[in-house]
Design a protein around this ligand. Sequence first.
Ligand code: ZN
Length: 362
Amino acid sequence: MDTSFDFGGSTRILVTLNGNRLTGSVSPHVMAHASPIWNKFLFPPFKKLESSINIESNGSQSAGDREISRDSHLNVEPSEELDFSEDPAEALRLLLSIVHFKFNNIPVQLNLAHLWQVAMLCDQYDCVHLVKPWLSNWLATEDSAWQGAKAVQRENWLFVAWVFGRQKVFGELAQLLVLETSVNSSGKCSAQYSGAGYGPMPPDIIEGILRIRKKAIAGLLEITRKCCQEYITVLKPPPPSYMYSYQQQDRKKALCKHGHQGCDAISYGSLMGGLEAIGVKTSTTADLIEINVKQLAEKINGLTIHVYPPTNDGYKRVTHEACFTTNIKDEVAKVLSTVENPVLESHLRHLSTQATKLSHVS
Ligand SMILES: [Zn+2]
């Protein structure tokens, strides 16, 4: 494989490889046809305008030919240098190799890090169509790869799906990120931290993921808050003026199906103890939860609510299994089943556009 950046053209390029500054060369005309962005860099509109004016003043071109179009650069001197020193070098070499027909330089398979960098450049230079012949191989293990990926890698996969128009993967991954995204104490997720391995994300997707994550967490917290509130209401001592009817009132208000305040106290105590053990208070709001939705759901599902042991009411033996009426697991499942998907109409339109670019190479 040719590892140089010398593609044999008249425009010099600057590249940074492993921290070293290198120069290479590209053909400006093939570059201009490969990407509208490179076209602008190589043949800036003001150069085309100058050329057009010069031709007009020389009287050598008709009025119809003076239109400044993408192809009008044939009469224009291209820029002498393009600066790619901020771009990932290996991914850049791959795209430049495609543009200059050096197909031996194109790997059959790409790891995620490399694929992600190629996706970034395809997005940056609006040239996703270039990779069409190799994409199906590069994405051959896409499904198993993103499903088994760690947090940062999942965000990389989301961007790859965004650039390469993978609508199904994008939707499933975005939904998974809602359930499995944790935040730090400032409420930021890993995609919002700065550092190696993090890069561009599709617009508005992180905001959507965090908004829906917060809503789901609020829904989970509401399950236990509601349970606690019911007990607080009935266990609260009555005002002193009603003390004479304390026993009567208390029996009417108990949540226990058999009117035993002790049963309520045991249930409430085990509920509060369990919540304390998982770090949730009745006053905890969704903003304060750093773990992800799935982890919180698992912790709430793990709560054990105790009830009163069997009692004898007169001659009748009664059991209290049914006294705690909230089926926590059912309620948790209900919240999880109604979690929204953060994919917006604008995302779907972009994904469709990208997919079209990859299905009709012009
Ligand atoms: Zn009971």
